[in-house]
Write a protein that binds this ligand. Structure first.
Ligand code: NAD
Length: 462
């Protein structure tokens, strides 16, 4: 298999072949491709999970299954179930002056789609866009992350065992390979990763006028409002922050808490973690950090905030756990806002609680920062919910829970501003990877050729 991958070291040739052999596929062919992808995923599931477990040094099997396999399968299945209706030409109203011509919008494949994936959901964030791109009739080239090399290789093996390399190819390698990859003249490029690299990818794509979808990161806030059910909110925030050890783009990054509830909120979150992980972070259900470098970064963030006076609260000694790449989940009370941890996306199990005095102050806090990818409002009062729905801008919102909006395939998933541009999932993915072609069908007997000269004696109507 590595032979095949190395054959495709010549990315330009791989891209040119995919482009040259492109033909518009029927609904039946696309359905067969999605079924092949589903079958492959089920057949390779154990290998993919083992690879993820090795790449992370430990990743909870349940999280691998839920976040990478189940999510991928549901995206494949929802595309397969609905692609026939999505492919259908849609009749639209014809303005009176052009009747009896008829008008329609006909979805067309774009061509060859590039997908650059990160390491945090190394299967799902490659497979879900592949499903959408195939449903829309495209060829696909994937560049998975070099930080999850075993999963990338397992994914490449799965794809090459399932598809001809001009239909789906997988290009493995580091940042240099990724940079060359993003400079290929794709017909669309979907990048999932950090905002910093997203900027570089957008610039490379612009040279080819390649349209991009950027699925980026940032700091997604959770807001505890006065009407919230504190224990329930704490439990869902604790889950969202500790799942995959906080290495999730839509994990709650920090929590805004009414000043009087700071200690109660911290206690409730720690209580939830104690219930979730009765064996502490050493237990199998708690995942590890992707690399020593990332572990060290989190340790530095924590130490800086503690050194600046923030109180840390944890159910076990905070920081990295000796002999592992695990990092115990920790609550930080009121860290200074100029610490690195409050300026950068944390992407790990450190949860700052920031006090506020009035709801307007909380709104202003979020409004003064980059538009987040996700925003979580905990409030039972409808007015408090509406305050955030109308008064803040974010990629998505979940009320009284965290992260679940991502798995709803009828909702577009994507960021806004610094957290990304464009969206996919379900029909939104199909449309992202399609060109919506405008078609006018002139009638045989329409005599109103209003634009033809000679114009002598023709009076403009205003
Ligand atoms: P990253 O930006 O470091 O890397 C992502 C991908 O970009 C990798 O495949 C990498 O090889 C590639 N890359 C590196 N340098 C490149 C270059 N110069 N040109 C082109 N590609 C290059 O991100 P990461 O550390 O893998 O993932 C974590 C980040 O991703 C976080 O910020 C997280 O919020 C974000 N993320 C966003 C989503 C989303 O759906 N919005 C999902 C998961 C992760």
């Amino acid at each position: 298999m590595s032979d095949l991958i190395s054959t495709f070291q010549n990315m330009k040739a791989a891209h040119a072949t995919a482009r040259a052999t492109l033909s518009v596929t029927t609904a039946k062919q696309r359905t067969a491709q999605l079924t092949a992808l589903e079958t492959a995923l089920l057949a390779h599931e154990d290998r993919l999970i083992a690879a993820m477990n090795t790449d992370f040094s430990h990743r909870s099997v349940q999280e691998c299954r839920t976040f990478d396999i189940t999510t991928s399968l549901s995206e494949i299945r929802s595309n397969r179930k609905q692609l026939k209706s999505w492919m259908r030409a849609r009749r639209v109203r014809t303005p009176l002056q052009f009747r009896p011509a008829t008008c329609e919008i006909r979805p067309q494949p774009l061509g060859v789609v590039g997908i650059i994936a990160p390491w945090n959901f190394p299967v799902y964030l490659a497979v879900a866009p592949v499903a959408a791109a195939l449903a829309a009739g495209n060829r696909v080239m994937i560049k998975p992350s070099e930080l999850s090399p075993r999963t990338s290789e397992a994914l490449a093996n799965m794809m090459y065992a399932t598809f001809a390399p001009d239909v789906v190819s997988v290009i493995t390698g580091g940042a240099d390979v990724a940079a060359t990859f993003s400079a290929l003249p794709f017909d669309h490029l979907l990048f999932t990763g950090s905002t910093a690299i997203g900027r570089i990818v957008a610039q490379a794509a612009a040279q080819n006028l390649t349209p991009v979808t950027l699925e980026l990161g940032g700091k997604s806030p959770a807001i505890l409002m006065p009407s919230a059910d504190l224990d329930r909110a704490a439990r869902r925030i604790a889950w969202g922050k500790a799942a995959s050890a906080g290495q999730i783009c839509v994990a709650p990054d920090y929590v805004l808490v009414p000043r009087s509830l700071m200690q109660a909120a911290a206690d409730a979150i720690l209580g939830a973690w104690a219930k979730f992980y009765p064996d502490g972070s050493k237990g199998d259900d708690y995942s590890a950090i992707i690399s020593e470098r990332h572990l060290e970064r989190l340790h530095t963030l924590l130490n800086e905030a503690k050194g600046r006076g923030a109180q840390s609260l944890s159910n076990e000694p905070d920081g990295p756990i000796a002999g592992t790449r695990k990092f115990a989940p920790v609550v930080l009370l009121d860290p200074p806002l100029d610490t690195t941890l409050m300026r950068e996306e944390i992407f790990g199990p450190i949860l700052p609680l920031i006090p506020y005095d009035t709801p307007q102050e909380a709104l202003d806090f979020v409004g003064a920062r980059d538009h987040p990818l996700a925003l979580y409002v905990f409030a039972n009062d409808r007015d408090e919910q509406e305050l955030w729905l109308n008064g803040s801008i974010s990629g998505g919102v979940t009320i009284n829970d965290t992260m679940i909006h991502v798995s709803v395939d009828t909702l577009p998933f994507g960021g806004v501003g610094a957290s990304g541009m464009g969206a996919y999932h379900g029909r939104h993915g199909f449309e992202t990877f399609s060109h919506m072609k405008s078609v006018v069908r002139q009638a045989k007997w329409n005599g109103m050729f209003v634009t033809e000269p000679p114009f002598k004696g023709w009076k403009a109507r205003t």
